[in-house]
Design a protein around this ligand. Structure first.
Ligand code: ZN
Ligand code: ZN
Length: 348
């Protein structure tokens, strides 16, 4: 085993604690990555809040990171020491089920191995995430970080980015598609940038008009204020695709009303139970769907697209010693799109 420093959650409320963890020795197809930058995702906050404290397995969050290859196993040919790479929220899958064969490892029938809070398929150990200085994973689940993408700002592409990219692609968004993005946080702001780059006519739906300048800066064509009943009525049946990235539970009916005939509402932010009146789908033959994370081919496609169009997240980079501040501010929505931790201070 090899030792590295990490930020541990010891319970739902405690500050994270800096302490060593062990990573496995490299298997033949493993890659060791020095973690340089790791995004702070809403899932991290949920996982910490759900942690039972003493007696529970250790929790090290973090599942969207970029870094540098430091060592490779003997059968690894795609990567070499020094390569810039990126890792998302899946680090392994069964590889033989229909979903894996279709390149949708995120839907693996045997459940994908999550980057943290998962179980290693071979050793059975608990996976510990990217709030750490080193990570060891199977080569197939490592992505080359394209040149030209800032490694700190690119990190959120690996969770927030791919979560919005897969549905944009699956729903055929392109020039002439009328897209609306509800909620302008970590997911939403990347959805806007990607939809605009795909050529879509892109609207941001927000509860307050104060997001107008931010939406415009991201390239959105207009802002629709969801609390403005007149504006919402005027927007009835007007979007081919609505990506709903709002993380809090909310009524879908007002958003479904803005979906065009045969259009789709894709719910990405809140993954709990929702109440939907079937008539809200019936009238206009509307579709309700969801998505999350992404398969290996879609992730590679996203990184290539992002590099071509110069798309990265809007980030606030903090030294990892300020992880508690990042989590606390994320919890109350005080974040300019995405926090990213700089893990280099773990060397001190
Ligand atoms: Zn995430
Ligand atoms: Zn599978």
């Amino acid at each position: 085993m090899r030792t590295t420093l990490a930020w541990h959650a010891d319970g739902p409320a405690t500050p994270l604690r800096r302490a060593p963890i062990q990573r496995r020795d490299l298997r033949s197809d493993d890659v060791a990555v020095r973690v340089d930058f790791c995004g702070v995702c809403h899932s991290d906050l949920h996982a910490i809040h759900a942690h039972g404290g003493a007696g529970q397995p250790p929790l090290v969050p973090g599942h969207e990171f970029t870094g540098t290859v430091t060592e490779v196993g003997p059968t690894v040919t795609a990567y070499a020491v020094g390569d810039p790479v990126a890792v998302g929220n899946i680090v392994d899958s069964c590889g033989i089920c229909a979903m894996c064969l279709a390149g949708q490892e995120n839907f693996c029938h045997d459940f994908p191995t999550l980057t943290y809070d998962g179980t290693d398929r071979h050793g059975g150990s608990r996976t510990l995430g990217g709030y750490a200085r080193e990570y060891v994973l199977r080569d197939r689940f490592v992505h080359a970080l394209p040149q030209g993408l800032d490694p700190a700002a690119a990190a959120p592409l690996l969770c927030a980015g791919i979560t919005v990219w897969e549905p944009l692609r699956a729903l055929g968004v392109g020039p002439s598609t009328r897209v609306a993005v509800a909620g302008l946080g970590g997911l939403g702001h990347l959805a806007v940038k990607l939809a605009v780059a795909l050529g879509a006519d892109t609207t941001v739906i927000s509860r307050t008009p104060d997001k107008a300048a931010g939406a415009e800066k991201l390239g959105a064509h207009r802002l629709l204020v969801s609390t403005d009943e007149e504006a919402m009525a005027a927007a009835r049946d007007s979007f081919d695709v609505v990506l709903d990235t709002i993380s809090a539970p909310h009524d879908l009916a007002p958003y479904l009303r803005t979906v065009a005939m045969d259009g789709t509402l894709c719910q990405l932010g809140h993954l709990g139970t929702v109440d939907v009146a079937m008539t809200d789908l019936l009238i206009g033959r509307k579709r309700l769907t969801s998505a999350g994370s992404g398969g290996l081919p879609a992730t590679a496609e996203l990184l290539a697209f992002a590099a071509k169009h110069g798309i990265v997240a809007e980030v606030e980079v903090l030294p990892s010693s300020r992880v508690d501040e990042a989590l606390e501010r994320l919890g109350r929505g005080d974040v300019s799109y995405r926090f990213v931790l700089d893990l280099s201070d773990l060397d001190d």
